[in-house]
Design a binder for this molecule. Structure first.
Ligand SMILES: Cc1ncc(COP(=O)(O)O)c(C=O)c1O
Length: 396
């Protein structure tokens, strides 16, 4: 087995597209003006920011005035949840799914500590919210937050049905993982708020956006200057915004080809895993998921050490993840897989493969071979009586 470098962690972050970098460079090197300045340097920067806003807004079916730049998906989620409760006083209840990213769960928990009411929507065994559960929360002064697609499993949530079931509530969706992988049209989805991030679509880190439906009296969560029509203070990072624009343009104009390619490779990956890895369980369904994520666990997960699996794959040069990158390194089992009914051991032993349009068939074949080689000695040691640290008595 000749060693290769295979990056299959694109849901954590993606490499910067060289064309995106090229587009950003003049704004880092030459055109350094502050977009709020009145002089020529400032006006040039302002034009770039507003052109980017117009283009990105059109790519999600929004009006430019509905798009507010943020430092990324985390800030967008925080600003929307917190402003809805505190600054804008639009709601007193937040209802969110059990499989949300921590960038939704943790601000919601912080708001609960401040006295706002919160409720968690359970999910089915594939991590989908049940529409009948949502219907119970159809009432004013309530914000429902359900992600468009899950970052660990790729499962797509039934947003349009959720909207139909709760017409009186405000609806937010975290579209960080879905944007660029499947069509995202805020009007069609019927959402009032949405969150986006550039670094998941081969754009730069540190830039994202929030969609705020026109007519919603949204007040800034972050205070300071009057940038972004008083909805988010701070000097606009022009180079990052231009990078986001070019990455989004490419992702959407090539969406079909990219998705087709990723879907084919995901199917090959599923097939090889099924054929070559005994005891594999798929956490990602074949239908109704993003084209680029395949999440698995194992029937004998109690005998496997999740971190050792990831480090073993890393030893062979393969980058995969065992859940949300933000919790990687901690020994907490994935809250997403737990909510889907997987055991703590199965959640801990899960592996997320996340592909890009640049992934090759060789990458996939190599990754499966690496997994075979990582698993074999682990399972052998187990059959010889060695029990890994963790939960020796747990049943799968
Ligand atoms: C679903 C989801 N929401 C939010 C985020 C956070 O986005 P950012 O890294 O831009 O802050 C991530 C990143 O992992 C994500 O996957």
């Amino acid at each position: 087995m000749t060693r290769r470098s295979v990056y299959l962690d694109h849901s954590a972050t993606t490499p910067l597209d060289p064309e995106v970098l090229e587009a950003m460079l003049p704004w880092l090197r030459d055109h350094f003006g502050n977009a709020s300045s009145l002089h020529a340097w400032g006006r040039r920067a302002r034009v770039a920011v507003e052109e980017a806003r117009e283009e990105i807004a059109s790519l999600i079916g929004a009006h430019p005035s509905e798009l507010v730049f943020t430092s990324g998906g985390t800030e967008a989620n925080n600003a929307i949840l917190k402003s809805c409760c505190v600054e804008s006083r639009l709601v007193d209840t937040i209802v969110y799914s059990a499989v949300e990213h921590h960038a939704v769960i943790h601000p919601a928990e912080a708001l609960a500590e401040q006295g706002f009411q919160t409720a968690v929507l359970p999910v089915d065994s594939y991590g989908r919210v049940r529409v009948e559960d949502v219907a119970r929360w159809n009432r004013p002064r309530t914000l429902i937050s359900v992600m468009h697609a899950n970052n660990e499993t790729g499962v797509i949530e039934p947003l349009e049905a959720i909207r139909a079931a709760a017409p009186d509530a405000l609806l937010h969706t975290d579209a960080v993982q879905s944007f660029g992988k499947i069509p995202v049209n805020v009007r069609q989805l019927g959402v009032d708020f949405a969150s986006f991030s550039a670094h998941k679509i081969h754009g730069p880190k540190g830039i994202g956006a929030m969609y705020i439906r026109r007519g919603i009296p949204f007040k800034a969560h972050q205070h300071g200057g009057s940038q972004e029509r008083n909805r988010r203070a701070g000097t606009e990072p022009v180079a990052l915004i231009v990078g986001f624009q070019v990455a989004a343009r490419k992702a959407i104009s090539q969406l079909e080809q990219r998705a087709r390619r990723m879907r084919q490779l995901s199917q090959l990956l599923r097939q090889l895993l099924h054929e070559r890895i005994p005891g594999v369980l798929f956490n990602t369904p074949e239908e109704g998921a993003l084209p680029n994520i395949v999440n698995i666990t194992f029937t004998d997960a109690h005998a496997l050490d999740g971190d050792a699996l990831i480090l073993g794959m890393d030893f062979y040069g393969v980058a995969v993840s065992n859940g949300s990158a933000c919790t990687a390194g901690s020994m907490q089992p994935s809250h997403v897989l737990r909510a889907m009914g997987r055991s703590p051991a199965q959640a801990r032993a899960a592996i997320r493969f996340s592909l890009s349009h640049e992934t090759t068939e060789e990458d996939i074949r190599y990754a499966v071979e690496a997994l075979e080689r990582v698993l074999q000695p682990m399972r052998q040691r187990r059959s010889m009586g060695h029990i890994p640290a963790g939960e020796p008595s747990e049943t799968p």
